[in-house]
Design a protein around this ligand. Structure first.
Ligand SMILES: *[C@@H]1O[C@H](CO)[C@@H](O)[C@H](O)[C@H]1NC(C)=O
Ligand SMILES: *[C@@H]1O[C@H](CO)[C@@H](O)[C@H](O)[C@H]1NC(C)=O
Length: 215
């Protein structure tokens, strides 16, 4: 009886691990071939005999992103698209620059959790739990602080210090994906019908049209 319970317990643990993340790599590496006509879940592998150090190298993370935009922030991603050597490895990163008061707007990564480390400045961060709670978990980070955004949850950052802020985000997928809430809802192509958005946001269609005009 007890052994059945243990076996069941192990089964549950094993299953939840299997469902929670991508399959482990089955070889040392699989450098992405981005333009292959063969489509798989991820990218097909470059011939290992032709692989070079440059396939594993991304240069330029010391360079600040251009924050002269409406949001006052810039993201420099180092995902599998920018760094082919990340393919199948389940990790990636990004540099985020913030002008004073700059915001990285509410967004989610459908395929990865994130550890966000502040390298310079003070950054307000937050994420919102899923239904039905929708609880906001928020704090202000200083240089050297790291904060976790759990996979799939809507989160944001805002520079609340006096100067520019810099952060480095690490993600648990080589292709975490980014869904910026405002762009997805108000800037889709083609647009979601204003009837739908008007009912969803409980405002009239002119308000929806005004918001849509910004995206
Ligand atoms: C930053 O972006 C702005 C707006 O697109 C542009 O006018 C400006 O030239 C850019 N600055 C640099 C240094 O690239
Ligand atoms: C739509 O709602 C806004 C904000 O409540 C209001 O100012 C405006 O008059 C409304 N427009 C129409 C056409 O009802």
């Amino acid at each position: 009886m007890a052994s059945h319970i243990i076996v069941l317990g192990l089964l549950v643990i094993t299953c939840s691990i299997a469902l929670a993340s991508a399959e482990s790599p089955l070889q040392d590496f699989c450098v992405a071939v981005p333009n292959s006509p063969v489509l798989v879940n991820g990218f097909v592998c470059k011939d290992p005999n032709l692989v070079q150090a440059t396939d594993f190298l991304f240069a330029g993370l010391n360079i600040a992103g251009n924050t002269s935009n409406a949001l006052g922030s810039a993201v420099t991603p180092v995902f599998v698209t920018q760094l082919p050597g990340l393919n199948t490895l389940g990790v990636s990163l990004a540099r985020i620059d913030f002008a004073p008061l700059g915001v990285n707007p509410p967004h989610t990564h459908p395929r990865g959790s994130e550890i966000f480390t502040v390298l310079q400045g003070s950054v307000e961060v937050g994420f919102v739990t899923s239904n039905p709670g929708n609880k906001l978990i928020t704090t202000v980070l200083q240089s050297g602080d790291a904060f976790v955004f759990p996979q799939g949850l809507v989160h944001f950052q805002k520079n609340v210090g006096n100067g520019n802020a810099i952060a480095l985000a690490s993600l648990s997928s080589e292709n975490p994906g980014v869904i910026i809430v405002a762009n997805a809802v108000f800037g889709s192509n083609p647009a979601i019908s204003t009837d739908v958005l008007s009912t969803a946001f409980q405002v009239n269609q002119s308000v929806i049209a005004e918001i849509e005009s910004k995206f």
